[in-house]
Design a binder for this molecule. Sequence first.
Ligand SMILES: Nc1ncnc2c1ncn2[C@@H]1O[C@H](COP(=O)(O)OP(=O)(O)OP(=O)(O)O)[C@@H](O)[C@H]1O
Ligand SMILES: [Mg+2]
Length: 334
Amino acid sequence: MSEMHRFENDLELSYTRSVARYLLTGGEAPLEEAYELGRKKLTAGGGVLDMVNLHHAAITSILKDDSIGLPPAETIRRACEFLAESMSPFEMTHRAIGEANSALRKLNETLEEEVQRIALALHDDAGQLMVAVHLSLDEAVRDMPAEIQGRMSGVRTLLGLVEDRIRDLSHELHPALLDHLGLIPAIEFLAANVSQRTGLRITVDSTLDVRLPPAMAIAFYRIVQEALTNVRRHAQATRVRIRIGRSGPQLRCTVSDDGVGFDPAKTVASNFTGLGLRGIRERLHALGGKLRIQSAGGRGAKVEATAPLQVVHADSTSARRRSSRGSRRVARHP
Ligand SMILES: Nc1ncnc2c1ncn2[C@@H]1O[C@H](COP(=O)(O)OP(=O)(O)OP(=O)(O)O)[C@@H](O)[C@H]1O
Ligand SMILES: [Mg+2]
């Protein structure tokens, strides 16, 4: 008999003995055993349904023998009490998961506020400094010979490019589009910028016809942002396809590339230091969703994020109108 089978058998025997004792005598001691047995089952990876099956098997075998001599209503009451006690470790774990998720959501909100602060600082402070640099440059070259003034116009053009890049980055960090128009326009903007910077051909296909609550929209925006950053840094890809839509009651978003691919199992090894995929996973957990990665060496990678779809109803008509554009290529490079 395998170790696992022995464990299951012992647990079933102990459970049956304890529940029989409780039916016969009542009292605290069997209930403490019920709690302990539930905890053991939980630690061994068992679920709520396993516990119910265990209980069912125990009660069936006890009631074959009618020596208990209790009225049926009392038997049922005591059996239920015992079951409830054995389930309480599951209930506590369930609550702890809820608390951890809400702590994670709060952490994400704090991080978002910080990102917003940095985005605004980048936009306003760096923007102002660039204006000051332009003005000082104008002043410095005003009395210089025409030839030097000509050369300075090249510097001005470069400064203009720096200014544009800073503005784009600040908008990518916290896109006003996300607040005003929703997830899809914000992702199209991000994709267009990344495409322009990197030469990647990126398409965005959306069939999303509802407006998402801000926490969900920002989470999926960050997920796509990290997935695109990974493609740019690791994939050596030429094309990326972003797809967003419903899949039953879920919101589903995939980012697929045609790059070198990777072994997803290695990235979850404990000594792996990358934070990006872990961050995606945690954001999704906080929304009750999950991450799946499909990749085989040399044949690209597909990052798939799903989470239960939450919808903002008040604004859904205008959101539908806006997102009815469907599939569209946001940028094309030769
Ligand atoms: N699209 C992709 N193509 C090829 N490899 C990828 C792709 N996405 C992720 N990877 C691989 O998975 C690893 C983990 O990605 P992850 O985003 O978690 O970390 P990172 O990008 O290395 O670092 P960080 O995101 O913390 O800056 C990467 O180092 C890379 O090897
Ligand atoms: Mg990364």
